[in-house]
Design a protein around this ligand. Sequence first.
Ligand SMILES: *[C@@H]1O[C@H](CO)[C@@H](O)[C@H](O)[C@H]1NC(C)=O
Ligand SMILES: *[C@@H]1O[C@H](CO)[C@@H](O)[C@H](O)[C@H]1NC(C)=O
Ligand SMILES: *[C@@H]1O[C@H](CO)[C@@H](O)[C@H](O)[C@H]1NC(C)=O
Ligand SMILES: *[C@@H]1O[C@H](CO)[C@@H](O)[C@H](O)[C@H]1NC(C)=O
Ligand SMILES: *[C@@H]1O[C@H](CO)[C@@H](O)[C@H](O)[C@H]1NC(C)=O
Ligand SMILES: *[C@@H]1O[C@H](CO)[C@@H](O)[C@H](O)[C@H]1NC(C)=O
Ligand SMILES: *[C@@H]1O[C@H](CO)[C@@H](O)[C@H](O)[C@H]1NC(C)=O
Ligand SMILES: *[C@@H]1O[C@H](CO)[C@@H](O)[C@H](O)[C@H]1NC(C)=O
Ligand SMILES: *[C@@H]1O[C@H](CO)[C@@H](O)[C@H](O)[C@H]1NC(C)=O
Ligand SMILES: *[C@@H]1O[C@H](CO)[C@@H](O)[C@H](O)[C@H]1NC(C)=O
Ligand SMILES: *[C@@H]1O[C@H](CO)[C@@H](O)[C@H](O)[C@H]1NC(C)=O
Ligand SMILES: *[C@@H]1O[C@H](CO)[C@@H](O)[C@H](O)[C@H]1NC(C)=O
Length: 407
Amino acid sequence: MYATKTFVASTLLAIVSAQTTPNLTALIADTPSLSGLGSILEAYPNIATDLASAENVTIFAPNNAAITALMSTGALDEATEAQVAAILNYHVVPAVVPSSAIAETPTFAPTLLNDTAYTNVTDGQVVEVALDGEDVVLTSGFKLTATVVQADVNFTGGVVHIIDSVLSVPANVSTTAIGAGLTILAGALQATNLTDTLDTASDITIFAPSNLAFAAIGGTAANLTTAQLTDILSYHVINGTIAYSSSLGNGSVATLGRDNVTITVTDGAVFVNGARVINADVLVAGGVMHVIDSVLNPANATAEADPSATTGVAQFSGAVSGSSIALTTGLPTATTTYSGLTATTDDVAQGYETQTGGAVGTGAGGSQPTGGSGGSGSSSSSGMAALPTGAIGAAALFGGVALLASF
Ligand SMILES: *[C@@H]1O[C@H](CO)[C@@H](O)[C@H](O)[C@H]1NC(C)=O
Ligand SMILES: *[C@@H]1O[C@H](CO)[C@@H](O)[C@H](O)[C@H]1NC(C)=O
Ligand SMILES: *[C@@H]1O[C@H](CO)[C@@H](O)[C@H](O)[C@H]1NC(C)=O
Ligand SMILES: *[C@@H]1O[C@H](CO)[C@@H](O)[C@H](O)[C@H]1NC(C)=O
Ligand SMILES: *[C@@H]1O[C@H](CO)[C@@H](O)[C@H](O)[C@H]1NC(C)=O
Ligand SMILES: *[C@@H]1O[C@H](CO)[C@@H](O)[C@H](O)[C@H]1NC(C)=O
Ligand SMILES: *[C@@H]1O[C@H](CO)[C@@H](O)[C@H](O)[C@H]1NC(C)=O
Ligand SMILES: *[C@@H]1O[C@H](CO)[C@@H](O)[C@H](O)[C@H]1NC(C)=O
Ligand SMILES: *[C@@H]1O[C@H](CO)[C@@H](O)[C@H](O)[C@H]1NC(C)=O
Ligand SMILES: *[C@@H]1O[C@H](CO)[C@@H](O)[C@H](O)[C@H]1NC(C)=O
Ligand SMILES: *[C@@H]1O[C@H](CO)[C@@H](O)[C@H](O)[C@H]1NC(C)=O
Ligand SMILES: *[C@@H]1O[C@H](CO)[C@@H](O)[C@H](O)[C@H]1NC(C)=O
């Protein structure tokens, strides 16, 4: 008797759920692992109403473990309603993206987060979405990752994928550089008064030399005038285009400085002039940073990629190495560094799409994942995967300010 009843009940349930796709409110209420998210929405009825009325969207919904990790840091206690809205908007992609449309080649999906208090990516700050083995993995600010633990839960407004950590809204250039251990770059930007310019710029791409790259020319750099240093740093910035790895191809691209840089994409590796990208797609508030292994020289625009080089090739002839540490004087020190950001390997294993139409694809705001465009790129994340601990994710929610000792 009991068995039969159960059978009948579950059959009825199957029929009911096949007939009615729940609205978001009902879905969250009926999904035990989303009760934490439900509580937050209950506390912010305006946000809940906005979210519930969204149509044709994909929501990356943090599960209870993710919300608990966030709560345990106290981050939400002090958050304003606008901040909570910003965080949640960063979890919503204005397109229905079933998991079957997500491929190994990363895509950079614009989200609903377009408030300039939190992002200067004009088409909406992006989240990197890619298939890693069987897992759908999202990469957000500071290269912190979240994994989809339950995909393809339909609701009337689109689809929900449940994730295991809260996404981190990308921080500005200086905060990200310091958190990434790119302290000499951060110091150099400060010394040239470029920090504010880049922190508040919209839609930019920065080729960010690692500390080792600066050290290789440290002795020479120490004798540069501020004007020369400014000239060099400006040569590392593309203004007006966000070139995620997926949109980089062979070609020439204008920089903020006087000359163009040459992008070369070989089998799995990306070069800017003679410098190799060693950590791609570090999302920042105004666009994206790619960490490179040597400092670009605006007087050496003809420097060519050397795929056989195992360490950065200095772009300055006769450069003298040395500590550029003076540049970092007065910088806040990061109390936590992100393993995913520290460029210690020369492995930028990403699935670069080959492109023929210029050095960077058109469109500043990234691209939506689309079905059937799966590349065959390697998805090895050696040296790139961040530790997705809840505490780090939560502290980093707004620019990692809590991680910086002397702010
Ligand atoms: C959502 O669905 C529930 C259950 O069907 C219903 O009671 C509620 O009114 C719906 N909410 C909205 C905003 O449509
Ligand atoms: C959602 O998509 C459907 C089907 O493509 C379309 O008819 C509808 O207008 C869209 N709604 C919104 C709000 O964009
Ligand atoms: C942000 O997006 C919303 C809806 O997606 C739109 O109405 C608004 O104009 C956008 N704001 C900016 C500053 O682009
Ligand atoms: C975006 O740029 C504006 C200046 O145009 C600046 O005030 C704001 O702080 C920037 N936003 C972020 C998140 O850095
Ligand atoms: C979810 O919605 C998609 C269309 O957006 C549909 O193809 C799919 O069959 C639905 N899945 C379920 C379990 O209803
Ligand atoms: C940077 O800005 C400060 C304050 O505005 C100014 O005193 C200093 O001269 C500037 N430095 C350079 C290199 O422009
Ligand atoms: C960059 O972000 C940090 C941390 O949020 C903030 O303190 C700083 O004011 C920002 N810089 C600018 C120029 O907006
Ligand atoms: C830097 O300048 C000092 C003083 O002019 C000089 O002695 C030194 O050789 C220079 N170093 C480099 C690497 O050019
Ligand atoms: C980038 O280009 C925009 C539009 O041309 C311009 O307003 C802005 O000042 C430029 N940014 C920098 C840092 O030069
Ligand atoms: C510099 O790059 C721009 C595209 O950003 C291109 O239109 C222009 O032709 C390039 N200039 C040179 C000298 O290659
Ligand atoms: C240009 O860069 C190459 C390395 O890519 C280096 O061998 C060469 O010496 C540099 N030339 C000048 C003039 O700095
Ligand atoms: C880009 O240039 C490199 C070196 O010249 C070449 O090996 C590669 O095949 C080119 N890629 C494309 C897509 O043309």
